[in-house]
Write a protein that binds this ligand. Structure first.
Ligand SMILES: Cc1ncc(COP(=O)(O)O)c(C=O)c1O
Length: 382
């Protein structure tokens, strides 16, 4: 029996390291391996210089002039540091538990730290987005209170790909002197880069979503922002995140950012072209498919569909050996997606949903085969 490798359509959960990224890291495992914090010897000074060159390069690629860059282990840690760190510092300075606003459709790496803050005494409002997944500006304004001091709204959703009107949210927050955090883990390579510096006061990004290594991420913060650190120790990263920095990962992450930015236009065209074929093919061949989230304000490599009148677990079981995709986020532990439930989907519909995300390695043949496989599965179950 010939076993065929399943087609990968789950690039939003993680991406493989590009060859150039792997090559960029190679000297830093066993040749240049010193601790960048060991400034008392030449090898450490050299490692520290490489770290600072990486930081400067990232600033240049992302047009960052106002931001301080804090290396973390990934987007989860960056979100935790931004939210817990900022809110706890706010309490320390004001002795007040203020009000925080977020979206019901944020990643768990935002919702869970906010839940922790709720337990500590802060008040948190989770806004339900509109049916298309986008936040209503009016609803947002109506939730702002005298004591609102922090807002966390993601730039693009990891499940339904919708891109929030962050520029407008940012302007509303700026006028009211409310600090804005945005989880941009899914956005690098798709952003208007020159706006990144000013679009939010704190921004989260992650390496393994952009063909870089796992285990490294960044929190970008406006220079005047003060945070309570979560990890205490040697005082690395401006005292905000102690611990020896993983130089190979940071060099690889820097390379991945460089490549993502350089190829942004070309990649967007490819993704749009392939997603169009995928969407059209699925809609023409199947009845009862409904798109989740706005198609207009959306990442070019994401598609999320609910298949009506189909048992979700049968659908996923039937696709399992042929297509790697997901019904929700990679971190949802098999529960129905809280994002789809927030959009008004029932449990049954949320389970019978497919998140298909296209990657750099996806070929048009993969897309055509996937249309056939998904169509056959739906027909056989119905
Ligand atoms: C929007 C968003 N935020 C946070 C995370 C967590 O990222 P990391 O795996 O880098 O901790 C993810 C990963 O799925 C994500 O998509």
């Amino acid at each position: 029996m010939m076993l065929t490798t399943p087609i990968l359509l789950d690039y939003q959960s993680s991406t493989p390291c590009l060859e150039d990224v792997v090559n960029s890291m190679s000297p830093y495992w066993s040749q240049i391996f010193s601790n960048p914090s060991s400034k008392s010897n030449l090898a450490g000074i050299n490692a520290s210089a490489i770290l600072e060159v990486s930081r400067e390069k990232i600033k240049e690629y992302l047009f960052l002039q106002k931001k301080k860059l804090i290396f973390t282990s990934g987007a989860t840690e960056s979100n935790n540091l931004a939210l817990l760190g900022f809110a706890r510092n706010y309490y320390k300075e004001t002795e007040k538990y203020g009000h925080i606003i977020t979206l019901k459709t944020e990643h768990k790496a935002v919702l869970e730290p906010l839940d922790q803050l709720r337990k500590e005494g802060f008040d948190v409002t989770e806004i339900r987005p509109e049916k298309d997944g986008l936040i209503s500006k009016e609803k947002f304004i109506s939730c702002i209170r005298e004591d609102t001091f922090l807002v966390s709204i993601m730039m693009a959703n990891n499940e339904i790909g919708v891109i929030q009107p962050l520029q407008e949210i940012s302007e509303i927050c700026r006028l009211r002197e409310i600090t804005l955090h945005s989880d941009c883990a899914q956005c690098l390579g798709f952003l208007e880069l020159d706006k990144l510096d000013s679009i939010a006061n704190m921004i989260t990004i992650s390496s393994h979503k952009i063909y870089g290594p796992k285990g490294v991420g960044l929190l970008l913060i406006d220079r005047e922002i003060e945070l309570q650190p979560l990890i205490l120790g040697g005082g690395q990263e401006f005292g905000l995140r102690s611990g020896t920095l993983p130089l190979p990962l940071i060099v690889g992450f820097t390379k991945a950012i460089e490549i993502a930015v350089l190829n942004q236009k070309k990649n967007i065209q490819k993704f749009l072209f392939q997603r169009n074929i995928l969407l059209k093919g699925l809609l023409v061949n199947n009845s009862g498919l409904e798109i989740n989230g706005s198609m207009k304000e959306r990442l070019p490599h994401n598609l999320n569909l609910t298949v009506l009148d189909v048992n979700g677990s049968k659908l996923h079981k039937s696709l399992k050996s042929k297509i790697i995709c997901s019904s929700g986020s990679a971190c949802s532990n098999g529960e129905p997606s809280h994002v789809l439930l927030a959009l008004g989907r029932s449990f049954k519909e949320a389970e019978a949903s497919l998140r298909l995300s296209i990657g750099l390695m996806t070929t048009t043949e993969d897309i055509e085969k996937s249309i056939q496989i998904i169509t056959d599965s739906i027909k056989s179950i119905r």
